[in-house]
Design a protein around this ligand. Structure first.
Ligand code: IMP
Length: 433
């Protein structure tokens, strides 16, 4: 089993950073294939916390790191992360796709301005330029990494883009921000010098690696419900976050993917705007938020918290063709009176079991819940100790809850996480096995 895709089944922040770091121990390559610095993957090792937004989460395992063509690269952030790693004595073995697009400072300014005029349709973006960069890519105005490498292409493209963006800033948004073509050119030339040694043909590299039987881990960002096609449009991100995006965003065919693993938090969280049927706006929600440390990695915004949504989970299983499921943060629900799972929605007197495409339906539906007995609250050390003994050592009620999740998702579990550290992990099946 040399290739595994890991994606989020909910609204992002499912704990994919820890999971990718865990599996990266056995991988040869870790590949990002979509998103950009809106991703915020946290990895905790030996008491130190690392937050990756541009580099794949396998960085700490010192594996080959690949940034595929589907990613929008923020060079400033990428260079900062490379320097951060260097400060702890690690040098990334990195390859960046020539075909990936570049996020420039005006993309960030436009991101915030565009979001500000959307009123009730606002997604509450992370403000790091993702939407505008993908929009330029689709409209064929974008600047790719390969263009950064060639001064003539760079100047030609910047001239066109600066004129257009200056007009947009001034005429559409009434902004007085000036974009200086010469400043932007020097900035891009600076980026070129910093990243040139990492740039290459990533599709060829990954396909060669697969031919040689190397183990490739494709690391998804955000989550299925934020996907630009399959998520709750327009309240999501601008890329495809589903498993299929690993193919288009890394340059491999679907037949090269062996396994798809979905990461699902034991409850649900969401940052930003948009419908969230199982949201808890009460003491239980606040308790989950505090205990689960549910604050955005990129923006620091508090995450909205709620019960597990089984309808959304089934939908995620389907659009991603999941083989197995990884449940994270099971420990956070310990000590509650009871734990609920949503198994359907009620809307205008009708019961809905299919995940609706209309955000208005989602916003006005009432979840149908089933209740489960909770398990005891335990210290981190106790959860780590349970992890060392394996699945059977989990509290009985926690095991029943997990079995129910498996039943709803209709896929088996392969990994359970009961704490942020690498050691608080229970593996049921080897992902590369
Ligand atoms: P954007 O991707 O910055 O354009 O943000 C669009 C929406 O996706 C906003 O609601 C963000 O809060 C959300 N979002 C983007 N990236 C992440 C992530 O990594 N985790 C959780 N939410 C995200």
């Amino acid at each position: 089993m040399p290739s595994v895709v890991i994606i989020g089944t909910q609204y992002g922040d499912e704990g994919k950073g820890k999971v990718v770091d865990y599996y990266a121990a056995k991988a040869d390559l870790v590949v990002r294939f979509q998103g950009g610095s809106n991703v915020g993957h946290t990895v905790i090792v030996g008491g130190s916390t690392y937050k990756f937004r541009m580099l794949p989460s396998g960085a700490l395992r010192e594996k080959k790191l690949v940034i595929g063509n589907g990613v929008v690269v923020d060079p400033e952030r990428l260079i900062a992360e490379i320097e951060e790693l260097a400060s702890v004595g690690k040098k990334p073995d990195l390859l960046i796709s020539e075909r990936a697009h570049v996020v420039l400072p005006f993309h960030k300014a436009l991101d915030r301005l565009e979001d500000s005029i959307k009123g009730s349709l606002k997604a509450g973006t992370t403000g790091v330029g993702i939407g505008p960069a993908y929009a330029d890519k689709a409209a064929r105005f974008g600047i790719r990494i390969i263009d950064l490498m060639d001064d003539e292409s760079l100047r030609e493209r910047l001239r066109l883009l600066v004129g257009l963006k200056q007009k947009e800033l001034r005429d559409v948004f009434g902004s007085e921000d000036e974009i200086s073509e010469s400043d932007l050119l020097s900035l891009c030339r600076g980026f070129r010098e910093e990243i040139r040694r990492y740039v290459g043909d990533t599709s060829e590299y990954i396909n060669d690696a697969l031919d040689k039987g190397k183990r490739v881990l494709f690391e998804g960002g955000q989550g299925t419900l934020l996907d630009v096609d399959h998520g709750i449009y327009p309240f999501g991100t601008s890329s495809n976050t589903v498993s299929g995006a690993a193919c288009t965003g890394a340059g491999v065919g679907p037949r090269r993917i062996d396994k798809v693993l979905g990461v699902c938090k034991a409850y649900t969280t969401r940052v930003g705007g948009g419908p969230f049927p199982t949201e808890l706006q009460d003491e239980v929600g606040r308790r989950i938020q505090e205990k689960g440390q549910e604050f955005g990695t990129v923006t620091g915004r508090p995450r909205r918290c709620g019960w597990l949504d089984g309808v959304a989970l089934r939908y995620s299983t389907q659009v991603n063709s999941l083989d197995s499921l990884i449940v994270t943060k099971l420990d956070v629900l310990g000590g509650l009176d009871r734990v609920l799972i949503c198994t359907g929605y009620e809307h205008e007197g009708r019961v809905i079991r299919r995940f609706p495409s209309n955000p208005k339906v989602l916003a006005h539906c009432t979840p149908i819940y089933e209740a489960h007995e909770a398990w005891e609250d335990m210290e981190r050390g106790e959860w780590t100790e349970i992890s060392s003994r394996g699945y059977e050592a989990l509290p009985q009620n926690a095991k029943s809850y997990l079995r129910r999740i498996e039943e709803i998702a209709q896929v088996p579990l392969c990994l359970i996480s009961v704490g942020p550290e690498r050691e608080s992990t229970i593996s049921l099946v080897d992902a590369f096995g």
